[in-house]
Every structure is written in structure tokens, then in C-alpha cells.
Design a protein around this ligand. Sequence first.
Ligand code: IMO
Ligand code: MG
Length: 500
Amino acid sequence: MNNANLKKLLKGKKVVSVTCNQFGDTGKGKIVHLIASQWAKIIVRGTGGDNAGHTICCNGEEKVFHLLPSAMPYDKEGKINIIGSGVVFYPKACFDEIADLKKAGLSYNNLRIAYNAKLTLPTHPVLDRAKELSKEGRIGTTGKGITPTYVDFVARQGLIINDLFNKDVFVKKLRRHLEEKEYLLKRYDPSDLKKILNHSHLENGIYIGSGDKIFNEEAIIDRYLEYAKELRPMVADTDSFVRKNLKEGGILLEGAQGLLLSIDFGTYPFVTSSDCSIQGLAKGAGISATNIDLSLGIIKGFYATRVGEGALVDELGNKTSDTWCNGGGSREKEEKLYAHASINDSDEFLQGIAIRRKGREFGATTGRPRRVAWLDLPLLRYSLNYASKDVVLTKLDVLNELEVIKICVAYKYHGPKYYYGGEILNSDSILREAVMDDNVLRNCSPIYKEFPGWLCELKGDNFSDLPENLKNIVTFIQKDTGIFPRIISIGADRDETIIL
Ligand code: IMO
Ligand code: MG
């Protein structure tokens, strides 16, 4: 990597953000880690919670961050990592990650947590998981209680971390909360709820109530007040801290999930419940998007993945892949059943499996196989309406052996007559930009343009070092969508990066 180029890219910047322009898992961890190592002083997560899985490669070793920012390894250098006010905060997830840090010999002296981050209670993962039990309306969530926590916030009945430090307030709010959740959960089979509550994510059953009570109120109070003691020294008004540091700069905002999973802009209802755009991220960090002077949006070069339900127009292997990935397929099963899958297989389902294997596209949070799709320009054109044109291309090395690279340039709609956004879609309508309606997306077929692959290992420090066939694809996307590639990642290691 050319450090001078990175310095040039970041020169004069005060606030930089890293978000994803696809469905998440595009390599935010690596890019945040890279920029934190060279430039940032303060690193802030502003959205989502422990549904995120951000992988970094540190001295040849892999580490995954969920709720904590990906720059924790720089804590020992005095860099400040912040869990901002827009985040949903499950104390157990935080302390599990802290325990991992300790095991790895890393510190967390400068970790700060927003006093007003939204508090996830044991009821939230239970509600999330119970809802996901029925096939009807299943989203394929991570089961971390993200939506129920945000729902309580929007319904003006949520708890925040600060409530934990005022026992009377906490107990009063918790009682009201439990009363409502007990009522809501009555419609589920008690044995299903017990199974959920016995899960390690819910501390192996310590919250199970007795008699007709689903939850044990005292157990929750005791546990959460214990957490409060440990949290106290880390909790602060991080919004105002970030704002105070705007002049000094060195603020790096770490996004979670991806624009197409945003509650406001994504493929609703198959989304998460935070706004994963730069606007949502800035707000959740306590500042305005106008404060950001370099906003980097990541896309995988040149493919995409999606975890969970929802349309994926260019999925390799279409329905077969969807059913496999969402119906209990796993890395182990794949290794046994499809060991023969090759990256140039004529069967796209097998080809997708080979790409998944090469890209290690298994959920860092849930272990699920990620559905693999070709790069989709209608989706990219759409996402660029809400993101900057400064783009990071990651994971290019994954496609080194691919002979033909397909890129979706438009959709052909083949469903029934359908009203969308004041217009009528008829069979054979062509869409250049994707629309965020599952009914439309499910009835679209991709129109592809094919490119010859580069068929070699990638190395070098400059764009000019890359093979012609790869550069041609970048130039094509650049001309078509107006993006400016700023960083190109050609391997998991921090040094395997080209800065333009
Ligand atoms: P990072 O930050 C990819 C997906 C889930 C599901 C939907 C809703 O690593 O990119 P939720 O648990 O949030 O209610 O699930 O969103 N999802 C992600 N997909 N990367 C993530 O995070 C994700 N976090 C949630 O699979 O489809
Ligand atoms: Mg991830």
C-alpha cells in the first residue's frame, strides 16, 4: 500500500465516514481499521448494534467486531472508540466482546458509550426470535433484538443506558416494559419461548420466569444493575464529545449494515431497523451529515451478497441458492455436499458456492451462508442517490480465477401490471434504476453485460499495476454510474490496498 496516497486522500479532512452501498458485509471493518491506523483519533459507531459483523485482519490474525467499533486494537495508542447514541446496546454483547479483547491482550481504556444509546433488554431478542419462528413474514434477522429495541424507542417507551444508573427509574420503566411484553408474547408457544430463553445469547435461561410469567423480573434487575456498575466509567455524553472535536478533526464514522438494508432507503420490509445511510450514521454519532467531508461507500468488486430474506435479482442459482442459504445450508454441509463446486462451473448455483467459499462469505454474526449475486448496477444507481460518489471497491481478489464476469446493467420486469411511484409497470418494462419494492424486484430478470476476467493474482500499489481486464470493468462502472473509486482492496490484509 502506498501510505503517501492515503495521506493525500485524507489530507485536510476532519470527518470521514465509511458505509456500505450494498447489503452489508462489504469490508467496512478493513477500511475502518486502515483509516484508523493512519489518521483517525476518534472512531464512532452510530447505527445498528451487535447484528453487525466487522472483520479485520491484524498481524495475520482475524478479529470480528459486532457492537464495538473496529478500531479497538488502537485503544492502546490512545484512540477513542465510541458506541454512539444511535446504536442499540445489548450489555451482554458488549461484555462478551470485552472479554474477547482481554483474551487477545487488547485494552479498552478509551471506549466510551453514549448515555442515550438504546438499551436492549432480554425481551427484545426473545420477541425478535419468536417472530422469526413463523415462516410468514420472516425477515431472516440476526436474532439480536435489533428491531424490537428500535420499535420501543420509536413508540416512545424505550429505555436508554442512563436509566440503569437510577435504580428507581429503571425498575419502574422495566415493570411497565415487562407487563407489555408478557402480554405480546402470550400468543407464542411457551415451550418455544423457553427454548429461546435457554439460548446462550439470553444467558442460558437465567431470565426464565416462574408460574405464568415468561420473564423473571428480579433476575433482569439484578443482572442489569451488575452491568450498570461495570458500564458506569465508560458512559458519557458522546454526542457532545464528538461535536466538541469537530474542529480538531480525526473523526471516523463507522457504518453498519448497508444502504439497501436501511429502514428509510432499503428494500423494505427486508431491511434492518436503523438508517444505514450517511445521514443515519452522522445522526447516530451526534453530528450532521454536512459535517462529513469524505464519505466512502463500499461495494464489492464485482459481486454482492445478501444474508436473510428479500429479493436478489442477480442471485447465482436463483431460487435454489435462496432456499439453500435461507433453509439451513451451512459451511460444513457445503464442504461435504459441494466440494466439487468450481468458480467457473456452468451451474450458477455451484459457481455461487465456489465464490462464497473463496470470499469466505459466511455471516460473521450468524454463520449463515451469504447469498451470492452478480454486481447489480440498477441497485448501485439507486443507492448512489443517497450516498456520495466516492467509492471503495473491496474483495477483488475473490474473482481472480473467474473467466467471465457478469454485471447486471438493467432489469426487465415481467410481472403483472403494477402501480409504482405514480407510474405503471407492464410486462417487459425496462428498469435502469432499481425500485425498493419486493413485489417489483421479485418479478425482474437481469440484463447482463459480460466481461472477460483477469485470471491472475492481484498485486501492486497503484491502479496502473492492475490487469487491463479489471481496469476496463472499473472504467465501465465509473462511466456508467459516475462513481470515483478512491480505494481498491485486493486482499484481506491492510497492506493489500490500492489508494487512488
Ligand atoms: P454488517 O455491518 C449483512 C440483515 C439480516 C436480515 C436483516 C435484518 O456486518 O454489514 P436484523 O438482525 O438487523 O434485524 O436483520 O438485515 N443484516 C445484515 N446483513 N450485514 C450486516 O451487518 C447485517 N446486519 C443485519 O441478515 O436480513
Ligand atoms: Mg459483516
